[in-house]
Ligand binder design. Structure first.
Ligand SMILES: Cc1ncc(C[n+]2csc(CCOP(=O)(O)OP(=O)(O)O)c2C)c(N)n1
Ligand SMILES: [Mg+2]
Length: 353
C-alpha cells in the first residue's frame, strides 16, 4: 500500500519534487474547508434549513488529493458524497448553498437533492443509483480516446459499488479498450450498515481490477500525499492511452451515511475512535506545523473566516425566492401526459384556495 505521511506528521519517504509546500498548503486549506462545510451542513440540517446531506468527514484526503492530481480539463464523475471535490475545484460556495437549500437559483430546480454537478468545472451530475456512473465514465473516456483527446475521466465510487455488475462490466471494457479512465474507489469500510467483510470475499478491492487486466493500486486514503501521487500517476498513464487504473483508497467514513442514518445502530464507538486517530486533516496539519508552514493562529483565523463565509452564503441562499412547487412537473416530459396535467391543475387549484 502506498503511504508517505505517518499519523504523527512525519514522512516515511522523502517527498518527490512535484509535492511542493504550496501544493500541500492549498490541499490542507481545501480539506479543512471541506470539514467545516460538513460540520455546517450537519448543524443546519436538523434545523430544517437544508436538505438531506451525505457527510465526507474522514475522507477529505481521498477526495481532495485525487481532485488536485487532475488537470482542469479532466472530467470528474462524483457520487453523492464528494462535496470536497467541488471545494477543490473552486465551485462557489453560494452555488452549493443554492443547491443544498433548493431555492429558485438552484440550476437543478430541486431535483435529485444531494446530487450535484457543475459544467464549467467539468463535474458531471451523478444519478442516485450506486455504481451506475462507472460505465458512463468509461464510455466518455472511450469517446475521448477515439477523438484522440488527452482528457482523463475520473470516476468515484465506494466499496459497496464494487458488488454491482456496472463496476465489473466497466472494468472489463475499460481494461480491454485501454480507455483513459481512473477508477477511484473509496473503501470507507461501510456501505450504509454493511461492513466490508460482509460485502465481498475478495482479499481486497484492488485485486478485482487486477483480475480484469487493469493496473491496480492500494493507497492510504487518509494520506493526501499518497493519494495525490497515486492519482497523478494513474492520470498520466491514462493521458498517454496506456490504460485505466483502479485506485483503492483505504479510508473511513467517520460520520453517518447521510443525515438520515444513525451509525451507532451498527458499529462501535471504539472502531470510530480508532480511525479518528488516523484523521487525514490532523496528519497533514502535524506535518505542516513541523515544517513551519502552518500555525494554530493561522488556523483560528481561517476557521473563523470560512465559518463566516458559510453563514453568509446560507443567509443569501435563504433570502433568495423559493422554487415554485410546479417545477416537479418540469424537465421530464416534453409535453405533460394527461394524468400529470390533471395533478398540476389540482395543485394549482389547492394553491389558489
Ligand atoms: C442501485 C442502488 N442500490 C441501493 C441504493 C441505496 N444505497 C445508497 S448508498 C448505498 C451504499 C453505497 O455504499 P458504498 O458504495 O460503499 O459508498 P459510500 O456510501 O460508503 O460512500 C446504498 C446501498 C442505491 N442508491 N442504488
Ligand atoms: Mg462505502
Amino acid at each position: 500500500m502506498l503511504s508517505l505521511l505517518n499519523d504523527d506528521g512525519s514522512l516515511s519517504k522523502p517527498l518527490p519534487e512535484e509535492v511542493t509546500d504550496k501544493l500541500l498548503l492549498s490541499m490542507f486549506k481545501d480539506m479543512l474547508a471541506s470539514r467545516l462545510f460538513d460540520e455546517w451542513m450537519l448543524k443546519i440540517h436538523p434545523m430544517g434549513r437544508a436538505s438531506r446531506y451525505p457527510p465526507s468527514e474522514g475522507q477529505e484526503a481521498a477526495m481532495v488529493g485525487s481532485a488536485y492530481a487532475l488537470d482542469e480539463r479532466d472530467i470528474i464523475f462524483p457520487t453523492y458524497r464528494e462535496f470536497p471535490v467541488f471545494i477543490a475545484r473552486k465551485v462557489p460556495l453560494l452555488e452549493l448553498m443554492d443547491r443544498m437549500l433548493a431555492n429558485s437559483r438552484d440550476v437543478l430546480k430541486g431535483h435529485e437533492i444531494t446530487l450535484y454537478g457543475n459544467a464549467q468545472r467539468r463535474i458531471v451530475v451523478p444519478v442516485g443509483a450506486v455504481s451506475l456512473m462507472i460505465p458512463v465514465a468509461v464510455g466518455f473516456s472511450l469517446a475521448c480516446k477515439l477523438r484522440n483527446e488527452p482528457t482523463v475521466a475520473l470516476v468515484y465510487f465506494g466499496d459497496g459499488a464494487t458488488s454491482k455488475g456496472d463496476f465489473h462490466e466497466a472494468a472489463n471494457f475499460a481494461a480491454l479498450f485501454k480507455t483513459p479512465t481512473v477508477f477511484f474507489c473509496q473503501n470507507n469500510q461501510w456501505a450504509i450498515s454493511v461492513p466490508i467483510n460482509l460485502q465481498t470475499a475478495s482479499e481486497n478491492i484492488a485485486v478485482k481490477g487486477r483480475a480484469y487486466g487493469m493496473e491496480s493500486v492500494q493507497v492510504d486514503g487518509n494520506d493526501v500525499i499518497a493519494v495525490y501521487l497515486a492519482t497523478r500517476r494513474a492520470a498520466e498513464r491514462a493521458r498517454r492511452f496506456e490504460g485505466p487504473t483502479l485506485i483503492e483508497a483505504i479510508t473511513y467514513r467517520l460520520g453517518p451515511h447521510t443525515t438520515a442514518d444513525d451509525p451507532k445502530r451498527y458499529r462501535s464507538d471504539e472502531e470510530v475512535e480508532r480511525w479518528r486517530r488516523r484523521d487525514p486533516i490532523m496528519r497533514l496539519r502535524r506535518y505542516l506545523e513541523k515544517a513551519g508552514l502552518w500555525s494554530s493562529e493561522e488556523e483560528l483565523k481561517f476557521v473563523e473566516e470560512f465559518r463566516d463565509e458559510l453563514r453568509r452564503a446560507t443567509e443569501d441562499a435563504e433570502a433568495a425566492p423559493q422554487l415554485s412547487p410546479e417545477v416537479i412537473f418540469e424537465d421530464i416530459y416534453s409535453s405533460l401526459p394527461w394524468h400529470l396535467q390533471e395533478e398540476l391543475e389540482e395543485m394549482r387549484r389547492s394553491q389558489d384556495s
